[in-house]
Structures are given as C-alpha cells and as structure tokens.
Write a protein that binds this ligand. Structure first.
Ligand SMILES: [Zn+2]
Length: 187
C-alpha cells in the first residue's frame, strides 16, 4: 500500500462527474490496490473520508471511516470501521437538515458550516462486488454525503448557504468551536 497525493481545488477532476466503476474491473489488482491506497491516504492525512476524484481518478468510488463520536479523544485505528463504497446511490431520509462543520482534504485548512440531511439510505457495492443497502445517520450520514458529492463534482463550499462561517482551522479552533473536543469532519 502507498500514500498517494491528494489533488486540490482547481484540479479539474474535482469538478466533473465521475464514471461508474466497471464491475469486470473491480477484482483487478489495480482497482483493489487503489482502494487500499485510498484507505492509507485517508488515514495518513487525518481525514475521515476520501473519494477517488480527490486522487485525480475518474471513478465512482469512495472510502470512509465510521467513528463513534463519543470516542473522539484518543482514537486509534482499532476504533475505526473502514468502508469502501463502489458506484453508490444515496436517498435522503426525510427530516430537517442539520448544520455542522466540515473541512475537505482538497481544500486544506478551511472549515465551514454545511447543511446536510440527517440520515440517508445507501445503495452501493462493496469492494468485492457484494450489494450493500443500509441507512446512515448523523456523523456517518454527513461523511457519506460529503464524499458522494465528490463523485458529482461538488465540494462543501457549494453546499454552504452562508459563506460567513468560512474560517481557517486555527481561527476556527480559537474563536468558533464551543466544545474543546469538537472536531470538524474532513473528507
Ligand atoms: Zn472533501
């Protein structure tokens, strides 16, 4: 496995819809290595999600980590449940949108308040081509919506309804977060 470089805002891969992963290519070493490298790159950069377009790769594929939000202090790798979703589709579950802080590995050092659906139903394949269907809520739903947007050329700035909350992470920590342990979800 290896850590790959993450493209930043301005790279065209972040602004075009990605292509579906061909199912006859899913078991190829190249695709499986890509998935392993995406996990490694995400963990190395301190993110909780990473989409293939963030590596400049035009595929509908993202990885993310499910973290119990009650265990945000001193997370080690064993507390993370890592998931890879291939050709995902999302269906919002009815409910009022929730605003919370997000950041993006492709837009380093910025945080902003982003509205998201409180829960989504996910239809996707896992890395072995098995069908997945499940519901994600709260923290996990936010990560999944952020990463899914990357497969459609959308970044969190596009989702913000008021750019006045945009802040650099140091200033965000100093002035804007009310909870010492709060962490913005970065993906
Ligand atoms: Zn992102």
């Amino acid at each position: 496995m290896s850590v790959r470089s993450i493209v930043r805002l301005g790279h065209p891969a972040l602004r075009v819809p990605a292509q579906p992963v061909r199912l006859d290519r899913l078991s190829d070493v190249e695709t499986q290595t890509l998935i392993d490298d995406m996990f490694e790159t995400m963990l190395d950069s301190g993110g909780v999600g990473l989409a293939a377009p963030q590596l400049g790769i035009d595929l509908q594929l993202f990885v993310y980590a499910v973290i119990d939000p009650d265990h945000e202090d001193g997370i080690d790798d064993e507390d993370l449940e890592l998931r890879a979703l291939i050709n995902p589709a999302l269906e919002p579950v009815a409910g009022e949108v929730i605003y919370d802080w997000e950041g993006c590995l492709s837009i380093p050092d910025l945080r902003g308040l982003v509205p998201r659906h409180p829960a989504v139903r996910i239809h996707a394949l896992d890395r072995h081509g098995k069908s997945l269907e499940y519901r994600a809520e709260d923290y996990e739903a936010r990560i999944v919506q952020h990463e899914f947007d990357h497969l459609n050329g959308i970044v969190f700035l596009d989702r913000m309804r008021d750019l006045r909350s945009l802040a650099y992470s140091a200033e965000w920590e100093e002035f804007l977060t009310t909870d010492q342990d709060a962490a913005a979800q970065v993906g």
